[in-house]
Design a protein around this ligand. Structure first.
Ligand code: ATP
Ligand code: MG
Length: 250
């Protein structure tokens, strides 16, 4: 069996189904994310992106199907391999920026390296000057940055980011993506959900999702080319696959 260092696949979902009571949120969904790549989940509200991410990090247990992370089934032993930035912030608003990041460093059992890494991470998201401010005093975009710092303080090889660029100003969005590209160059795998085609264009591969299913998967260029139209955008490509799913493309 390949271990976390030798497997070329960072995330593998095989026919995963999940329901909230009677609502089927994921329907026999399968995908593979190659190691060291950025992988985008795109789809409308309610497509199942957040549910999928929560299944992939082990917060929800699939009703059917299986998940493997870096070659291993999800377990307590794989928890340190994952970083997760939820769609809704899970910060302690009465604590300061630094205290929040320190808290996550502690949860992940970081020992003596923690203070250095906390400083490094808070600087990376450009929040060092505000490190002693309570989170409740921060703007939405700033909270987003702190949330990212919390997800990656333990330097995990696999990051799940649920709509991390929502509410960021354009400059910060560019710097987030520069940082994500740097991380994948170093071998980190990033799974990111988004609604923006700008984010999608930055990803190495994309899964278009709808109604709890993957309707297409490939590189942004492959997906655009599949429309058969030279000037197709990623929006066009998404609509192409939605129509194809309905049998409307001839
Ligand atoms: N806690 C919950 N209880 C019941 N139903 C839920 C719950 N969370 C999500 N759902 C339902 O599951 C489906 C998928 O929701 P999910 O949040 O995964 O979508 P999403 O693609 O992340 O959407 P968005 O783009 O709005 O974030 C939706 O129909 C939603 O109403
Ligand atoms: Mg969501």
């Amino acid at each position: 069996m390949p271990d976390e260092n030798t497997t070329p696949v960072a995330v593998e979902a095989d026919k995963v189904s999940f329901s909230y009571e009677r609502l089927k949120a994921l329907d026999e969904l399968s995908l593979q994310v190659p190691k060291g790549t950025s992988f985008g989940l795109l789809g409308p509200n309610g497509a199942g992106k957040t549910t999928l991410i929560r299944v992939l990090v082990g917060l929800l247990k699939p009703k059917r199907g299986s998940v493997r992370i870096l070659g291993q089934p999800l377990s307590r032993k794989t928890a340190h391999l994952l970083g997760y930035m939820p769609q809704l912030h899970s910060l302690y608003t009465e604590l300061t920026v630094a205290q929040n990041v320190e808290f996550f460093a502690r949860i992940y059992g970081m020992g003596k390296d923690a203070p250095k890494r906390v400083e490094e991470t808070v600087r990376l998201v450009d929040m060092w000057p505000r490190r002693n401010d309570a989170v409740q005093k921060l703007s939405g975009g700033m909270r987003q940055r702190v949330s990212l710092a919390c997800a990656m303080v333990h330097n995990p090889p696999l990051l799940f980011l649920d709509e991390p660029t929502v509410g960021l100003d354009p400059e910060l969005r560019v710097s987030f993506w520069q940082y994500f590209h740097e991380l994948t160059r170093q071998g980190t795998t990033i799974v990111i959900s988004s609604h923006t085609m700008d984010d999608a264009a930055h990803c190495d591969r994309l899964a278009f999702m709808r109604d709890g299913k993957v309707i297409a998967i490939g590189s942004p260029n492959d997906l655009k080319h599949a429309t058969g139209c030279r000037d197709a955008t990623l929006e066009d490509a998404f609509l192409h696959f939605v129509r194809r799913g309905r049998g409307e493309n001839g």
